[in-house]
Design a protein around this ligand. Structure first.
Ligand code: NCD
Length: 340
């Protein structure tokens, strides 16, 4: 007798990289590549999310993440609204819940949230019917950054499996590092975290990475991924390094420390002259601008994937942006052309 199984439930949220498996990651990256190809052609705006509402709720400062989510939603023809509360001392429990309930009254399809507290996206998920995307919660997770980094590495090196990434710097305060290590593991890549012992959390190897306190280790990697010194996450008076000058001397990524064939990445914002030498940041081996560009198509792909795609159609479905196929199932029957 054949086993009867209920169809897979649609994935509701992107709260952490752990929400995804390798099929999900591959599908999102494929969608992003298809979108990039379509944006390279004359079509700059797609009707995919016409009539949908995407809200960006940012309780922490942001340049590229907020800008790219806004543009991603607009390129997919969604109505967007961005709320920022940078600098205010909003109560992180009740008032976030109240904000979520207020927003829920407008029936948003997606809420993208960045918040200094770990778990804030989950709280919003519990209090609205929207799909939630975590755009960074404290030092916990930043899943769309990890996806755009995978996209960038794949575009530069032509593969992900077996790639070795050395992540250098302030790992302790970095949601980027945590998400990236997990994402690399999902796609069969390797990572080594490099920095002073005070900035590498104890037991982080459990995420599936190696750890080194010797900057020379970066010589073994294909990709040097530089992290910002996140002073805003260090309590006043806490000293994780003797001085920034000494940190730079010991761990700064300088031209002398980059060997031929390696590429260098940084999630931004960069502290030039601290964690990264300007000569490296401005060189051809730096993929920082590629990361920013990838951020747009990957965030478009994530919005598309949550709102339109269904896991049941994941395996074997190729994404078609030609306008002939199924890229816009939500709009089946309508024209797939450019929206003015
Ligand atoms: C990162 C962040 O905010 O987590 N930046 C980003 O999203 N591009 C990293 C950082 O702030 O250093």
């Amino acid at each position: 007798m054949s086993e009867l199984r209920p169809p897979a439930a649609p994935r509701r949220h992107l709260l952490a990289i752990g929400d995804l498996d390798s099929v999900d990651v591959e599908r999102i990256l494929e969608t992003a590549r298809a979108l990039a190809a379509s944006l390279d052609r004359e079509v700059k705006k797609l009707p995919t999310l016409r009539g949908r509402i995407v809200v960006n709720l940012f309780y922490e400062s942001s340049t590229r993440t907020l800008a790219s989510f806004e543009l991603a939603a607009k390129r997919l023809s969604a109505d967007t609204m961005s709320l920022r509360s940078a600098g205010s001392s909003v109560d992180k429990g009740e008032s976030l819940k109240d904000t979520a309930l207020t927003l829920a009254a407008y029936d948003p399809d997606v809420i993208v949230i960045r918040h200094p507290s770990i778990g804030a996206p989950q709280l919003v998920a519990r209090n609205t019917d929207a799909h939630i995307v975590n755009a960074g919660d404290g030092k916990h997770q930043h899943p769309t950054q990890a996806l755009l980094d995978l996209y960038t590495i794949h575009a530069a090196l032509g593969r992900l499996e077996g790639v070795h990434v050395a992540v250098v710097g302030d790992v302790l305060h970095s949601r980027v590092a945590r998400s990236l290590v997990q994402a690399l593991r999902i796609v069969g890549a390797r990572s080594t975290l490099v920095g002073p012992p005070t900035l590498i959390p104890r037991g982080i190897e459990a995420l599936g990475c190696e750890v080194s306190t010797d900057i020379a280790t970066i010589g073994d990697a294909d990709v040097i991924y530089v992290l910002r010194m996140q002073a805003e996450r260090m309590a006043a008076g806490e000293a994780f390094v003797p001085s920034l000058r000494e940190y730079t001397a010991e761990f700064g990524v300088t031209p002398e420390r980059v060997r031929p064939g390696q590429v260098v990445m940084h999630p931004g914002p960069m502290n030039r002259g601290v964690e990264i030498d300007p000569r490296v940041a401005d060189s051809d081996v730096a993929l920082v601008a590629d990361q920013v560009r990838a951020g747009l198509v990957v965030r478009m792909a994530v919005l598309y994937d949550l709102v339109v795609e269904r896991p049941a159609s994941a395996s074997g479905t190729t994404v078609d942006v030609s306008g002939e196929g199924e890229f816009f199932p939500a709009l089946a029957g309508s024209s797939h052309g450019e929206v003015s």
